[in-house]
Design a protein around this ligand. Structure first.
Ligand code: NAD
Ligand code: UFG
Length: 340
């Protein structure tokens, strides 16, 4: 039996693959097949995964929109379940090239679902996002109404709705829609981590590239929010905790009848300046920053009510903000240019 991981060479996918390969409880014993078009990742990740785990995976370079490529994968391997990470994820870029987002994220997922259905594979873990909560007030819980303010968010919401419909149409499906908060950090080995192309959009990759001298200074988007120090507050979650959330979701898929949305966050918020100060302290490098106006579309405070994941999956986060920053710094300082 095999597990198919779409987008498995990406940031969250690669960390999840490592955790799956290192499972010792024998609960999941499948071979791992990764499909990725390498649009935002590198095959170097595969060598690093083997270096960490001493195990290999099957890698197929293909696009999830390519139905015949997926058809070949499902014919050549006995796929039991799919973890679906593949997609585009930059909010700003999604406003500039919305069709590419709808095509990759929505059409790509529909193609994947069609091939899964054809091959009677009806177990899926999907990468959703806290962005589907729109401007609801935190703590955000799964019962809240959903909405989107940009094409990226729309794609996550559309896919969630498609998955709910698919599960309603056929009781054999078990689908976990995992709503991630803000994943940061890296594997403790420093061998895999986040390696964004171009100028990073997210806070942590930006701060760490300032710390290694690739970028001059951080722009802090607003210090006049109603928060502890006026800067934006987010629920940062260690990528390893997030990866372990996928393992738990997979192990509990049988119990999830239909489609279930589940938050993966810590339930705690940290401000931009708290991140900057912690990063300087842990790395010993000062992070120059300048406060600039608010970024359009940003909310003051976003954090999870993480109780459902705890109840349903027996999952709880283990790592602190200090761990997240220390691991980010280890990865970035050992690999100042990421995988390049
Ligand atoms: P990533 O860009 O590092 O990984 C995504 C992977 O998918 C990349 O390796 C990319 O090459 C691949 N890919 C993209 N389009 C593809 C296609 N059409 N066919 C095949 N492969 C394709 O991103 P990530 O941070 O690891 O995110 C993984 C998933 O989690 C995405 O769906 C993203 O939207 C979602 N998510 C991420 C965050 C975050 O902050 N990182 C937050 C919420 C949700
Ligand atoms: N920030 C800065 N300067 C930067 C980058 C970010 O001050 O250069 C601030 C933002 O204003 C915000 C905080 O840092 O207050 C976090 O911003 P990120 O861009 O890292 O993360 P967001 O919370 O805006 O969004 C991220 C993903 C979305 C996902 C969401 C889920 O980018 O795709 O988390 O909660 F939907």
């Amino acid at each position: 039996m095999s597990l198919l991981i779409t987008g498995g060479t990406g940031y969250i996918g690669s960390h999840t693959v490592v955790e799956l390969l290192q499972l010792t409880d024998g609960n999941i014993e499948q071979d791992i097949v990764i499909v990725d078009n390498l649009s935002n990742s590198s095959t170097k990740v595969l060598e690093r995964i083997t270096q960490i785990t001493d195990k290999t995976v099957t890698f197929i370079e293909a696009d999830i929109r390519d139905e015949s490529a997926l058809e070949r994968i499902f014919t050549q391997h006995t796929i039991e379940a799919v973890i679906h990470f593949a997609g585009l994820k930059a909010v700003g870029e999604s406003n500039e090239i919305p069709l590419a987002y709808y095509d990759n994220n929505v059409s790509g997922t529909v193609t994947l679902l069609q091939v899964m259905k054809k091959h009677q594979v009806k177990k899926l873990v999907f990468s959703s996002s806290a962005t589907v909560y729109g401007d609801n007030e935190s703590p955000l819980h799964e019962g809240m109404t959903t909405s989107a303010t940009n094409p990226y968010g729309q794609t996550k919401l559309m896919v969630e709705n498609i998955l709910f419909d698919v599960a309603k149409s056929d009781a054999d499906w078990s689908i976990a829609c995992l709503r991630y908060f803000n994943p940061i950090g890296a594997h403790q080995s420093g061998l895999i981590g986040e390696s964004p192309n171009g100028i990073p959009n997210n806070l942590l990759p930006y701060v760490s590239q300032v710390a290694v001298g690739r970028l001059k200074e951080l722009q802090v988007f607003g210090d006049d929010y109603n928060t502890i120090d006026g800067t934006g507050v987010r629920d940062y979650i260690h990528v390893i905790d997030l990866a372990l959330g996928h393992v738990k979701a997979l192990q509990n898929l049988e119990a999830i009848k239909g489609c279930k949305a589940i938050n993966l966050g810590t339930g705690n918020g940290t401000s931009v300046l708290e991140i900057v100060n912690n990063f300087s302290e842990i790395s010993g490098v000062s992070i120059p920053y300048k406060v600039v106006p608010r970024r359009a579309g940003d909310l003051a405070t976003v954090y999870a009510d993480a109780s459902l994941a705890n109840e349903l999956l027996a999952w709880k986060t283990q790592y602190s903000i200090t761990d997240m920053i220390a691991d980010t710094w280890r990865w970035q300082s050992k690999n100042p240019n990421g995988y390049n």
